[in-house]
Design a protein around this ligand. Structure first.
Ligand SMILES: [Zn+2]
Length: 251
């Protein structure tokens, strides 16, 4: 079983799904974590290439902690667009990683890169299995992968309304691992203090995980929903894996 977790920036995957990936890593699935950009705008002190180099390392450290492969799509911050070139690039990423399950960004979300990633990955999952689409370095996928979306940042839409996931994964057992995974992104503590007024980067993400759990009476949880568009696979493949590992609460 191969699973690709792909989101816009280094740290998005760990904040939104780090606990769930820590659980999946226990059962010997092959995990790949892909960030669309190397986070080149995530600093007020360092230039884009310098901070990108730091953040590629931080992403690789977090992935190594999970036993996952780490790749970067090398888009640039604020420059991920749902266009022809972007869709082709993401298609090649999918064909290289060859996942059975893809977990990506939700829509709506506060950041343009998150929403563009959502659309690109959704559509590239379809394109990657079409033999005549973007005949490039990697062979087409045999079938469209099962597609899932993580929670949006803070679990809310652009109007502050709470978004309810389709199901919640109980991550209480691995909450310390999640803390460690988010903590790998050390460069972001300073940046977020300055730019977003967020003082405790790691504990904020843990607090959010606790808030998500409250939707189903769990101490800590992360939410997901499956993409139900025709003709994507509809069987609950990811849910079945989680059910073997932890409590899964349908909402
Ligand atoms: Zn992000």
């Amino acid at each position: 079983m191969r699973i690709l977790a792909i989101h816009a920036h280094p740290d998005d995957v760990e904040i939104l799904a780090g606990g769930s990936l820590a659980l999946l890593a226990r059962v010997g699935v092959s995990l790949t974590v892909c960030t669309m950009t190397p986070g080149d705008c995530g600093s007020a002190e360092m230039g884009p290439e310098d901070i990108a180099a730091v953040r590629r390392m931080e992403a690789a450290t977090a992935a190594a902690m999970l036993g996952a492969d780490s790749i970067c799509g090398e888009f640039r911050d604020m420059a991920i667009f749902n266009d022809d070139a972007g869709r082709r690039r993401v298609t090649q990423i999918l064909r290289e990683a060859r996942p059975d399950i893809v977990i990506t960004a939700n829509h709506p979300d506060y950041h343009c890169d998150h929403e563009a990633t959502h659309a690109l990955v959704r559509d590239a999952c379809f394109g990657a299995s079409a033999p005549n689409y973007d005949r490039g370095a990697h062979a087409p996928l045999d079938k469209i992968p099962h597609l899932y979306f993580m929670d949006s940042t803070d679990g809310i839409d652009r109007d502050g309304q709470i978004l309810r996931p389709e199901f919640l994964v109980d991550v209480a057992e691995v909450i310390d691992m999640k803390r460690a995974l988010v903590g790998c992104h050390e460069s972001q503590r300073n940046w977020l203090r300055k730019q977003h007024g967020i003082d405790d980067y790691v504990e904020k993400s843990i607090q959010w995980t606790a808030n998500r759990g409250k939707l189903a009476g769990l101490a800590f949880a992360e939410g997901f929903r499956q993409y139900h568009g025709h003709p994507y696979p509809q069987s609950p493949l990811l849910q079945e894996i989680f059910e073997e590992l932890t409590t899964l609460a349908a909402l």
